[in-house]
Design a protein around this ligand. Sequence first.
Ligand code: PLP
Length: 410
Amino acid sequence: MTREDAQALDAADPLARFRAAFDLPAGVIYLDGNSLGPPPVAAHERLAQASRAEWGEGLVRSWNTAGWIDAPLRIGAKIARLIGARPGEVTVADSTSVNLFKLAAGALSLRPGRKTILSEAGNFPSDLYALQGLSALLGDRAKLKTVAPEDLAGAIDDDTAVVALTHIHYKSALRWDMAKITAAAHAAGALTLWDLCHSAGAVAVDLNGAAADLAVGCSYKYLNGGPGAPAFLFVAERHQGAICSPLTGWMGHAEPFAFEDAYRPAGDIRGLITGTPPILGLAALEAGIDLQLQADPAQVEAKGLALADLFIGEVEARAGDGGLRLTSPRDAARRGLHVAFAHPEGYAVVQAMMARGVVGDFRAPDIARFGFSPLFLSYAEVWDAAAALAEVVDSRAWDQPQFRIRAAVT
Ligand SMILES: *Cc1c(COP(=O)(O)O)cnc(C)c1O
């Protein structure tokens, strides 16, 4: 493909108009929207409004007058439209790690007598750590079992309470078949709990179409909600009356402002909210979600996969024997919107790319990872980034001491 071919794809791109809605610095090709999405221009305005007018002038009255108290469910209902859920099935709350803990415990409460939480080895560390913490807390009543992905379906048995998987793997971008795994879990009487961190705002998720039971996800990646933005959680309507949260806070009470001593669960999705919602984070997040809702999810997924295909194709066509090895599925149907290349000096390669204005990230031990957020990237930028990566590995431009200095966040 020539650069002119890439520019022709941009000219025909129905999502190209979204670029102007983002505040991105000049001279940067941002291939890390899968780690931290850039700010929508509207988020700056929304944050200023939430801070000055709502917090500053409205003060405590804004809980009622500025829609603060309804924000978790209001924004949850908007996220529901992006992930194939109904409005009352999603709320915003806490972080992904905390929500995973709550819903895994909730799954055990829905399957009394069953002890196993089944996940894949190599799942996102925080997911495994949260599940390890839960099983340590519950002693004999819970057991985390991790297996290789190829052994997972066969490992579901009559002791499995829940299968907890990341829909799109954070490193390889390998995509699970949500409907197929959910059907296998249900056939054995188990539930599914999906982590949608690399799926929401990226691929066209259909939780109810797949009959999924539970899900969590973060909103600072493809949803562009801002650093540390609050996460979301999904509980299928059929489970809401019975699921028990292990973190019973006042916002999950049937009547928070009755100030009763005894906990009474709300009995709907609110029962999974713990405490006071983070209003400033929600304000920025809502700007990101409102922008995302203007785009057709099928077009978003198709463009992201096309950008990733372009990147893989151009890198492999140009890079000679530079040591790069694709570790993501080559088949786009089995992939999310990021691409992982292994390289023995992956960290230094990513740093050398940054010195050329191309921002990706490094995942230990050897993965250079590049994400293709469809709303703000152009085909020409991705073409330029592929040329830069091929040049960096071919010329060994990464082989300089300053590129080996490890930062705290990689
Ligand atoms: C980014 C990510 C998380 C992040 O969890 P936090 O609680 O927000 O730190 C969790 N799971 C997966 C799969 C992720 O990619």
